[in-house]
Design a protein around this ligand. Structure first.
Ligand SMILES: Nc1ncnc2c1ncn2[C@@H]1O[C@H](COP(=O)(O)OP(=O)(O)OP(=O)(O)O)[C@@H](O)[C@H]1O
Ligand SMILES: [Mg+2]
Length: 301
């Protein structure tokens, strides 16, 4: 779904080049939710912005839905981003002069979707992120957590292939952080949206399926989390249950077939017995007739 190949990036400040990312390689599958973990300055936002097509890397390739976004021209990339990529910012980046619903609808305005369809979709998403009653308010009338819910709904409205989130809970208290992360986890489970979430907190990262850790621009680990192991266990249990059901079905079918064979055999025996009796009657009659006739004949004077 997403493949990062030999990504290297340097920034030029004055005459100096600062190398920020060094030969980064990894791949993310469709429907996966991964964390990009690392301390401040390790290169997380730079990598995220490159993957989201917000800037071009110095070297390397980034494939999304089998297309190299590094090679794309500006217009094509802009269109590709609108269609395939969603972004959630740490500071929400909502438009203050638009209502909550209008903010959520905004990405669809550029796709010439009819107002009634836009409205319907936006209201459904606001319901999904838990603030259906805030649709007509303005961003300034919402709490930080509520504003981030709006920004999540906005990122989803175009049904993108992948959503990038840069420290989506960075401005929130720990209780609100938990709520926002659980909304994202839930959306990943129910809508199968692929998420790449930047964070510097391990307790946030460990709730996702895999963690990529950056240190000083190097990808140092790629770790599967307990959450992923739990999911795998669930999948395996499901597969085992399915296999058991299949086995049971096979045993039941065999038993049923055996019973049917037995029943059929019993019916045949019965039929045979009945047929035998019928067949025997004339033979018996034949045999018996002379015997019976004998005494009669014998009895003849
Ligand atoms: N536009 C820029 N020009 C020059 N250097 C930059 C630019 N953007 C980022 N850098 C440098 O690149 C390095 C990585 O920055 P980046 O923003 O990717 O880190 P980060 O991991 O997201 O950090 P944080 O957790 O603080 O957000 C830093 O040393 C930073 O100074
Ligand atoms: Mg950052």
């Amino acid at each position: 779904m997403l493949r990062v190949e030999d990504i290297t990036h340097s920034f030029k400040t004055g005459n100096e080049w600062t190398s920020v990312l060094h030969k980064i390689n990894f791949a993310v599958k469709q429907g996966e939710m991964v964390a990009l973990l690392g301390s401040s300055g390790s290169g997380k936002s730079t990598l995220l912005n490159l993957m989201a097509g917000l800037m071009k890397p110095t070297e390397g390739h980034i494939y999304i839905a089998d297309q190299d976004i590094v090679k794309m021209g500006e217009n094509k990339l802009a269109e590709f981003r609108r269609k395939h990529i969603g972004f959630i910012f740490q500071a929400y980046e909502l438009i203050t002069s638009l209502t909550v619903r209008e903010n959520v609808e905004l990405p669809l305005v550029f796709q010439s979707v009819s107002p009634s369809v836009r409205k319907k979709k936006a209201l459904a998403l606001l319901e999904q992120v838990g603030i259906p009653d805030k649709a007509d308010l303005f961003p300034s009338q919402l709490s930080g957590g509520q504003q981030q819910r709006v920004s999540i709904a906005r990122s989803l409205i175009t049904e993108p292939s992948v959503i990038f989130a840069d420290e989506p809970t960075g401005n929130l208290d720990s209780k609100t952080e938990e709520e926002i992360i659980s909304i994202l986890l839930n959306l990943n489970r129910t809508m199968k949206t692929t998420f790449i979430v930047v964070t510097h907190e391990y307790k946030v990262a460990e709730q996702m399926q895999r963690i990529f850790t950056l240190r000083d621009g190097f990808l140092i680990t790629e770790q599967q989390t307990a959450a992923k192991a739990g999911q795998q266990a669930a999948v395996e249990t499901e597969a085992q249950a399915a296999a058991e059901t299949e086995e049971q079905t096979a045993v039941e079918a065999e038993q049923k077939a055996a019973v049917e064979t037995e029943q059929k055999a019993a019916v045949e025996t019965e039929e045979q017995t009945a047929a035998g009796t019928e067949e025997q009657t004339p033979a018996e009659a034949e045999q018996q007739t002379p015997a019976e006739a004998e005494p009669a004949e014998g009895g003849k004077p």
